[in-house]
Ligand binder design. Structure first.
Ligand SMILES: [Zn+2]
Ligand SMILES: [Zn+2]
Length: 267
């Protein structure tokens, strides 16, 4: 924009350099940024912007589709996910249906159309039960509670159980191999975790060499595995599934309305 044109009182202004205009408005570092004229995404160089336009800008082309190469295949790789979660939490809430004082529709003779959509009951949680179950269907801990403060108590207990499970997962009992286990390990030619999808055992490779996998909670030998598969199947990646009775339809409401009590921790 030159001085001559800026002094004129026109509705339109001539933009001499689009990238200079947009980069002065969008970045504070003073570098020239190449903004896409369609979606305004900024690029550090003209080449990057051109490759963005060649691929098809989302604002113009819609979603860009990239298909896999002809003949290529995909396969399941998260072998860690096929194992049972070591601990599961089950829960259920109970509520009281209380009348709302403000609603007087039933008492009045005249029912206005807007009255029909007024809430006349309030569901207040009054108790819950939580059950922590191990992978052998054994109940590790349970808690039944009734009271007005049941939601606060529920959050406290859930945190407590989470810590308890974390402490249990930290236990590492040394491997205890029987004669049969040693024999089975010696003869094993297949990784029991990936079924040799990654290839057979190979002692020259750091990832594919044969190692003994064991249950860290009791030291029991589980099977021969690739070193990489064995390392991935660790307790650091364990998630604790929590199942609630009718969560989608009902109980989620209580939890969401008290979600702020869950604190800074991530769940
Ligand atoms: Zn774009
Ligand atoms: Zn494997």
């Amino acid at each position: 924009m030159d001085e001559q044109s800026s002094s004129c009182n026109f509705h339109y202004e001539y933009i001499k350099n689009y990238y200079r205009l947009t980069s002065s408005q969008t970045n504070l570092h003073g570098h020239k940024v190449y903004n896409c004229p369609h979606c305004q995404r900024g690029f550090g160089s003209e080449e990057l912007l051109n490759s963005h336009l060649d691929l098809g800008c989302l604002a113009v082309e819609g979603q860009s589709i990239s298909l896999p190469k002809k003949g290529s295949t995909i396969q399941f790789e998260n072998f860690n996910n096929k194992f049972k979660a070591p601990y599961v939490i089950y829960g259920d809430f109970e509520s009281l249906n209380t009348k709302r004082e403000t609603w007087s529709c039933k008492l009045s003779k005249e029912v206005k159309p807007e009255d029909k959509t007024k809430p006349y009951q309030k569901h207040i949680p009054c108790g819950y039960k939580i059950l922590v179950v191990g992978d052998k269907k054994n109940v590790i801990a349970e808690h039944l509670y009734r009271g007005e403060d049941c939601m606060e108590m529920f959050v406290l207990k859930l945190n407590e159980f989470q810590q308890m499970i974390i402490d249990k997962l930290k236990v590492n009992v040394d491997i205890n191999m029987t004669i049969q286990d040693n024999e089975a390990f010696k003869n094993a030619y297949k990784c029991y975790i990936c079924d040799n999808v990654k290839g057979g055992f190979d002692y020259t490779s750091k990832c594919l060499c044969k190692v003994r996998d064991h249950d860290h909670s009791n030291g029991k030998y589980l099977g021969a595995a690739h070193s990489e598969c064995n390392l991935k199947r660790n307790n650091k990646n364990v998630k604790i599934p929590v199942f609630f009775h009718n969560l989608k339809g009902y109980d989620a409401h209580h939890i969401i309305s008290n979600a702020h009590l869950l604190g800074k921790k991530k769940y």
